[in-house]
Every structure is written in C-alpha cells, then in structure tokens.
Design a protein around this ligand. Structure first.
Ligand code: ADP
Length: 510
C-alpha cells in the first residue's frame, strides 16, 4: 500500500493531462479505500482475538477533536456541510486515555456523518454527565442532519459487516466494520455507544466513557488583559457555529455580539464601534465577500478589521489575491481554537495576516532549503525505497540509501548524517538492532533516528522508543507527516548542535 499510495501522490505532483489526472485520482481514492478496508479488518481481528491493549496517557481532547475535523474538512467543504466542534467549558482540555483509539472512534463516526449527510451540519460535542453512582462521565456526541436510520435497522447497526441497506454500499462504499470496531473500542474503554435517529432528519451517535481529567501538559496561550475591553462582532447564518464562536470569545473574556446576516451586521456597525468582525463566507443573500466590500464602502478607513472564515473550496486563493483586499485575515474552517486566538491576537494588535492559514500544496521543492538535513534512508523493500527517495527528492533532498542495518552502521562510519530514516523490518540487521548499536557506539554524536514502520500499534511504538529512536513515522508514508518529522528532526538537531557549540569555548578555556 505504501508503494501504491506513495507513487500516486508523486504522480499527482507531475503535469498531467486531464485524462491521466482522472485516472490517477481514481487510483488514489481506490487505494485509500483499500487501505481503510485492510486496516479495519486487521483492527477487528486484533480486537476479536483480545490482543488489543489500550494506552492510558494524558492527551488534549480539543486537539484530538479538532484533528478529526481537519481530516474531514475537504470532504465536508465539497458537500458544503458545516463541520463543527463544541466542547463544554466544564470539560478538562486534558484527559487520560488512549488518544489513537479515541480519535479512531470519532473519525469513524464523523466520517459516516459526513458520508450520509447531503446538506446541513455535522457537530461533535463534548460535555460531562453524571453516572448513576454519581461519577463524572465524558459524554461525546456526533450529530448530523443526514439521511438518518430507521428504527428497524438500528438494532443491527453495531454488528460487524452490517450496512443499513446494500444499495448504500454501492453508493457510499465502506466495509460495515467501522461501527462494530467503534463499539468494541468503546467497551474496552469501559464505556458505551448508542444511536438515536430519525429518518431524513439525521442521526445522533452517543458515546459515554469514563472521565479522567489530567493535568495540562502544555500551558494554554495567555489571554492579554486588555481583551476584556475589546468588542467582537460575529456574523454567520449558521446558529450552531454562532454559538460555538461566541463560546470561544466568552472563554477569552471578549465581549461579543452574534448576528445572522450581513444586513444585521451592517446595522450593528452603524450603532456601535467594534474592534474586529468575524464573518462567515458562506451566507445566503449577502455572502462574506459582499459584506466585506459593503463595510469598506460605507466605513472606509474606519471599518473594523475583518476576519473571514471560509471552507476550502468556497474560497479560492486567486480571488482572494485579486479583489482589493478589505480583509485582515482569512481562516479556513473548521477553525481550531488556538488558530482563532492567534489570529485575533494579531488583528487586535493591528497586524494583518493576508496569508491563507492552511496551504494545499504538499510537495515544496524549496523545503530542503528551509530544513536542510543530510539524510540516510535505510529501507530494504525496493518499492518503498523508491517512494521515499522520490518524495525526499521532490522536497529538495539528496538522500543516501542503504538496504539493512549493517549497511547503516557502515555508512555512518564513512560519513556524518543528521538523520536516519530507519525502516524497522530489514534483513541481516533490523532497524531496532541498528538503532541500539548506534545509540551505544556513537552516543551524543549520533544522528537523529526516525523509525519508519507499517506497525501503527502502541506496542510497535513502545518497541521503537525502547530501542532508542527519536521519532516514529508510520507507513504508508504521508507527505505531510514526513515533512513534520523532518522539521522535528531539524529543530532538535539544531538544538543539539547549538548545545555543542556552546560547550566548545569552555573546553578550550580549560
Ligand atoms: P461503513 O460506513 O464502513 O459501511 P459502519 O459500520 O461505519 O460501516 O456503518 C454501517 C452502516 O451504518 C453504514 O453503511 C450506514 O448504512 C449506517 N450509518 C452509519 N452512520 C450513519 C449516519 N451517520 N447516518 C446514516 N447511516 C449511517
């Protein structure tokens, strides 16, 4: 799968005729579908055989939820569905549990919700409830406004290989395993999952799991004191989104007013002064662009800074660049809370950010110039080798390649590298043995080691970490994840190098 998916993403970066582009896109979506099926079946058999152990580590619930929304943002934008998250103020941002499996359950529920919804909205919400014995329980809900499920079908829904009717399989794909896996995972967590639904009105998947608040692992970004005196106008026709946005603003102690149309927004601006306006692009009658232009026309330089919220497809970069730009910033939906806070901080300080927050281009040939690294790739499988080398080359790197652990050690004797991308399963000497060897023999002078493996389970990761790797990436290689991994290596390598530079003069003095 790594070969198919990796090569496909490389092909997509070529100039292709429209017909070839079509073919490649079909290969890509089919291979992603196949990967889902394989992963589902593997997961399911692992759970059924009782071999699945859950992690219990602190993680940020908001990040987990926002990541799920981000993964499905394009799909939702294409269907013009609003995708939102609402986490109650009573819920601790950090909880203990298994982040991978929590994300998997939510991803499955939200991707079903998007799949079976033609218009309207999909919302994840989190709140606390009390159990019968008086303990707090984390209550997660995924609600959609889609086709719904009849009462008769609901009872079989969580059975493996079940789909509501076979015609939907043809139309929407899927294995019928997602909900069965979600149910088993939830039960392993000590929780329960159920659904309520009304045909043609939508479905609500409910999830209750034990609530284990954890101490924050990262300090939240501080809110400046003067935000208490700032006033923000929020304009969106979608009531859920208005509620969520004003909840964020309340959390930061900002004063806000929510209105649901461009006309009301203009009225509010005539009456009172605003420090910033958050406006949705996709609104009936007067859309975000029209409103922004109307504001500029009526108020000129006295117009408050405007932050546009837009979903990927509705808002093209070209158009944004072309019209005389009255906007202070554009944020792509679904907006992460932290991103909104950062943008507001910039705008309220009088800075404007004309960049669009999330870039779509994946392979940037200047990447290596910004993140320069000498890379050794250790991978025995020729197809995987080719995929990794091509992706790295597209990013501007010239990696050296070896085929097993012994060759890694040999290469490191000959030359210095900043990073080893280390496949785990290799003949002669595997990646973990090679890592152990490097850690012992080269100690502080060793390169950064990032393991590459198809094993996405916790045990696989634990094994890698125990062997001494610095980082961990799973195959099939995802270009974005690889880039993130390169950046992590670069930051840490620089940090180490700087440390050594600092110590040099002291040794000389001695
Ligand atoms: P898959 O989506 O892979 O087919 P699932 O176990 O996730 O398998 O879902 C089983 C079936 O339940 C789906 O095929 C669909 O018929 C129905 N279903 C799941 N979620 C929804 C939803 N949000 N709205 C309507 N039907 C749903």
């Amino acid at each position: 799968m790594n070969g198919v998916i990796g090569m496909t993403s490389l092909l997509l970066d070529h100039e292709l005729s429209p017909e070839s582009l079509d073919c490649v896109n079909v290969i890509r979506s089919s291979s992603n579908a196949l990967l889902t099926i394989i992963n589902d079946i593997l997961d399911f058999s692992k759970i059924e055989s009782g071999k699945l152990d859950l992690e219990n580590e602190p993680f940020c619930l908001r990040d987990c939820v926002e990541e799920v929304l981000e993964l499905l943002a394009n799909q939702a934008a294409e269907k013009k569905i609003e995708l939102m998250a609402s986490i109650g103020p009573e819920v601790s941002e950090w909880i203990s549990g298994d982040v991978t499996r929590t994300r998997q359950i939510l991803l499955n529920l939200v991707s079903n919700a998007v799949k079976f919804t033609a218009q309207g909205e999909v919302v994840i919400s989190a709140a606390l409830r009390e159990s019968e014995s008086g303990e707090n329980i984390l209550y997660l809900v995924v609600r959609d406004t889609g086709i719904g499920i009849t009462l008769k079908k609901i009872k079989d829904l969580f059975q493996p290989f079940t789909q509501v009717d076979s015609s939907t399989t043809r139309r929407f794909g899927g294995t019928g395993l997602g909900l069965a896996i979600s149910k088993r995972l939830t039960e392993l967590m000590g929780g329960s999952i159920w659904v309520t639904s009304e045909p043609r009105q939508g479905s609500v998947f409910h999830l209750k799991i034990p609530y284990r608040p954890a101490p924050a692992q990262k300090l939240p970004r501080a809110v400046p004191d003067d935000w208490r005196s700032k006033r923000i106008l929020v304009v969106d026709d979608n009531q859920t989104n208005l509620r969520i946005l004003t909840a964020h603003l309340d959390h930061w102690k900002l004063t806000s007013l929510a209105v649901s149309s461009g006309i009301e927004a203009l009225e509010a601006m005539r009456k009172e002064r605003w420090d910033a306006v958050l406006l949705d692009w996709h609104m009936p009658e007067m859309d975000g662009d029209q409103l922004a232009l109307a504001v500029k026309q009526e108020f000129g330089n006295a117009a408050p800074p405007m932050i546009m919220l837009s979903s990927g497809t509705a808002f093209s970069k070209e158009r944004f660049g072309n019209f005389e730009n009255p906007l202070a910033a554009v944020l792509l939906k679904p907006v992460r809370r932290q991103q909104l806070q950062r943008t507001l901080a910039g705008v309220l300080n009088g800075l404007t950010d004309r960049r669009i927050a999330r870039s779509t281009k994946t392979l940037d040939s200047n990447f290596a110039r910004r993140v320069p690294l000498r890379i050794l790739l250790a991978e025995d499988n020729p197809v995987n080798q080719k995929v990794a080398v091509r992706i790295l080359e597209r990013l501007g790197y010239r990696p050296d390649v070896v085929g097993n652990g012994l060759e890694v050690l040999e290469a490191l004797r000959r030359q210095t590298y900043d990073m080893v991308l280390m496949d785990v399963h290799m003949p002669e000497m595997n990646g973990l043995d090679a890592t152990r060897h490097i850690v012992i023999t080269l100690s502080k002078n060793r390169p950064w080691i990032t393991a590459l493996t198809a094993g996405a389970m916790k045990e696989n990761r634990d094994e890698c970490i125990a062997a001494g790797v610095d980082d961990y990436l799973t195959k099939p290689i995802n270009v974005q994840e690889l880039q993130d991994g390169l950046v992590r290596c670069f930051r840490n390598f620089k940090a180490r190098a700087n440390e050594q530079e600092l110590t040099v003069p002291i040794i000389r003095q001695a």
